[in-house]
Write a protein that binds this ligand. Structure first.
Ligand SMILES: *Cc1c(COP(=O)(O)O)cnc(C)c1O
Length: 393
């Protein structure tokens, strides 16, 4: 059994492409081209060069000695926080912009919630001199002023989505509408392993550089390529897909996914999709999502904007349903405490998304000789105000 996508675009029961007919030509062009283009030597060459010189890869695999001692096990941190722009998201946007260029597109659109994906997209558009339009909920534009300013400095146009709840879901609808109206010259850069096939697989492949590096880095440090566990926080699931990718079908490696329980799984203010989700369709793929009895998508909540998503990608829905992945949910309070703890023990201030993954050691015990690799998906600079308010710093 494989946990990779099959040729129909499914991970077990999940995935596929549930899209309006008018979007079919765009998605079909991508589906028939993406692997062919990604396999071209010139693509590989340009992608790897940019990952090295622009993003700063390979990112270190760091043995966290004091953190390990505290929990009496061996913990390595994969330092995606050291990527240019401060998180893993740029691995994907670099890949997609190179793909868009080879498809002859000149115009890039994206949707963003907290603005992190918008910034990663605006960054690579500046790099390549392409037009960049970012759709963002009007409420999110107010809440995330620094990221809006970054996107503008990078030359992007930020268009507010003013319908519905004026947040991510509405921005996504606007982006899809734009793509339908501009099928020839426009590529839509989706920011996580979500959306219709081939997006989840395409984004997972771009992020798979993370576990590809872990393999040789762990070989150097531990004399073996496989850790006992790989751990990541899951919003849509792209940093997790990146660190799981090379290990998906190697069942000696445990897969741990950490979701945001917000104020508590059953408080009505949470984003614990696996615990609360039911099968449904969101952003063009069949997956697990949080919804009411009659199928209305419920608003998620988490203190971390990047985990505040009502679904998970289809790869993760399948890892949950098959039991291949172990899913743990962590509350706001637990995550904040873990973020402060890592700062004090290791001198690394993590993004609050990442802090959720770091918090598992309070409730999940490991053996002293277990080797655990946590994806340190991003740095905490963007979250400083939240840390300040929470800890009254
Ligand atoms: C966006 C983001 C996430 C969540 O997105 P995934 O697609 O689940 O990885 C996690 N960590 C950081 C630092 C982010 O910026």
């Amino acid at each position: 059994m494989s946990y990779q996508v099959n040729e129909k675009g499914y991970y077990g029961d999940f995935g596929g492409a549930y899209i309006p007919e008018m979007l079919y030509p765009n998605v079909e062009e991508l589906r028939t081209q993406y692997i062919k283009i990604m396999d071209e030597p010139s693509f590989q060459q340009e992608f790897n060069q940019l990952l090295k010189d622009y993003v700063g890869r390979p990112t270190p695999l760091y043995f966290a000695e004091r953190f390990s001692k505290k929990y009496n096990t061996k913990i390595y941190l994969k330092r995606e926080d050291l990527c240019h722009t401060g998180a893993h998201k740029v691995n994907n946007t670099i890949g997609q912009i190179l793909l868009a260029k080879r498809l002859g597109k000149q115009r890039i659109i994206a949707e963003t919630g907290a603005g992190q994906h918008g910034v990663a997209t605006a960054t690579v558009c500046a790099l390549m001199g392409m037009d960049c339009i970012v759709y963002m909920g009007a409420i999110d534009i107010e809440r995330q002023a620094p990221n809006v300013a970054r996107m503008k400095m990078l030359g992007a146009t930020v268009i507010p989505a003013t319908s519905g709840s004026k947040t991510l879901k509405d921005a996504t609808n606007e982006a899809i509408r734009d793509w339908i109206n501009n099928p020839v010259d426009t590529h839509y850069i989706i920011g996580s392993v979500v959306g219709p096939h081939p997006y989840p697989d395409m984004v997972a492949r771009f992020q798979s550089i993370i576990s590809k590096e872990v393999k040789w880095q762990l070989q150097e440090k531990e004399g073996k390529q496989n850790p006992d566990y790989v751990v990541a926080c899951v919003g849509g699931g792209s940093n997790a897909a990146g660190i799981y990718y090379q290990y998906l079908d190697q069942e000696d490696v445990g897969i741990i996914a950490v979701e945001a329980a917000g104020k508590g799984i059953y408080t009505g203010e949470s984003a614990a999709t696996s615990a609360l989700g039911k099968e449904g369709i969101i952003h063009g793929s069949k997956t697990l999502l949080m919804q009411t009895e009659d199928g209305q998508i419920t608003e998620p909540y988490s203190i971390s904007a990047g985990l505040d998503y009502p679904g998970v990608g289809p790869m993760h829905a399948n890892l949950f349903r098959t039991g291949r992945g172990e899913f743990i949910s962590i509350t706001d309070d637990e995550a904040m405490a873990a973020g402060l703890e890592l700062s004090k023990l290791e001198g690394i201030i993590p993004a609050i998304e990442t802090s959720h993954a770091l918090a598992i050691f309070k409730e999940r015990k490991f053996n002293p000789d277990d080797v655990i690799v946590i994806n340190l998906s991003g740095r905490g600079d963007k979250d400083l105000n939240t840390y300040i308010d929470y800890f009254k710093l």
